[in-house]
Write a protein that binds this ligand. Structure first.
Ligand code: PPS
Length: 295
């Protein structure tokens, strides 16, 4: 099955990478290369549906005591700045340090100041079958994305990179093969899911943040799936209806490893492997495909 070109109403290409015209205008992208970086900045990069909001929440809990102890009532959009989705037209240059940024950009489109390695970069990767299925469900609720009813058609687009953020393989390979250009920590969604405490400690260590045992416990507790789902500051239910149609599903949907098995048929799984397996085997990551598998 040949994947169709995406509808220009929903996606357009900028320097070989797919963006959403409604959320990321070309003028915004043109300014990013020279965007001024501070040493204290922290950047989170992901391919969409890899655990971005989860990691945003963890970083925010690590950095903002008021978030951790519940004395501040700010939602994640107020704590995290998005490089390419500046929907609230904020002036990032006037935001206080430390600034926390999230982005789906490929390594080659990021601000060039990140390459002097002063600012910290976290990259989270998730197994691509769960990414695909999460994306498929998200495209039904996200008003700014084209809804593709048929999963088989959606999968062909994903395998051909004709989706938001283009080809998963290119994104992940690009960041891994250029890791020496950045001050970067790689984490997997699966290690976060299997051992959240160790992942939080890894982040604290990389970021040079010393939290007490009790504070780490508070971060871990508030970053679990059920806690985030019930927390209006973290669950993205506050996103406006012109971005997410909440009647069609929740942003925090299943939050597990291996949900792809509930959507993909055996034939679709084989087709997926035939396209992705060879390049995936060369990646320096051990993938985990089921919640019961060892890491
Ligand atoms: S986006 O739109 O790119 O920002 O999406 P992203 O945040 O990267 O990914 C959304 C998926 O992450 C899951 N999620 C979690 N899983 C486990 N624990 C916690 N706390 C958590 N928070 C978010 C979310 O449920 C989406 O995955 P699926 O498989 O669709 O449930």
């Amino acid at each position: 099955m040949q994947a169709m070109e995406p509808d220009e109403k929903y996606l357009y290409k900028y320097k070989g990478f797919y963006f959403q015209p409604d959320l990321t205008p070309v003028e915004c992208l043109d300014t990013l290369e020279d965007f001024e970086i501070r040493d204290s900045d922290v950047f989170l990069f992901t391919y969409p549906k890899s655990g971005t909001v989860w990691t945003e929440n963890i970083l925010s809990l690590i950095y903002h005591e008021g978030h951790r102890d519940g004395t501040e009532n700010l939602n994640l959009l107020d704590r995290f700045l998005s490089l390419e989705f500046n929907i609230r037209k904020m002036d990032y240059a006037s935001c206080p340090s430390p600034r926390l940024f999230a982005s789906h950009l490929p390594y080659y489109l990021v601000p060039k100041g990140l390459r002097n390695k002063s600012a910290k970069v976290v990259y989270v990767v998730r197994n691509p079958k769960d990414v695909l299925v999460s994306n498929y469900h998200f495209s039904k609720t996200a008003v700014t994305l084209e809804e593709v009813e048929d999963f088989g058609i959606f999968m062909e687009r994903f395998l051909a990179g004709k989706v938001l953020a283009s080809l998963w393989l290119d994104h992940v390979e690009g960041w891994f093969s250029h890791r020496d250009d950045f001050n970067i920590l790689f984490l997997t969604y699966e290690e976060m899911k299997k051992d959240l405490r160790s992942s939080v400690l890894k982040l604290c260590n990389f970021l040079g943040k010393r939290l007490t045992e009790k504070e780490v416990d508070a971060v871990v507790e508030q970053a679990t799936f059920n806690k985030m789902k019930a927390d209006p500051r973290a669950n993205f239910e506050f996103l406006p209806p012109d971005i997410i149609d909440h009647s069609k599903g929740h942003f925090l949907r299943k939050g597990t490893i291996g949900d792809w098995k509930n959507t993909m048929t055996v034939a679709q799984n084989e087709r997926f492997d035939s396209v992705f397996k060879e390049r995936m085997e060369k990646l320096p990551i051990k993938f985990c495909w089921d919640i019961n598998d060892e890491l």
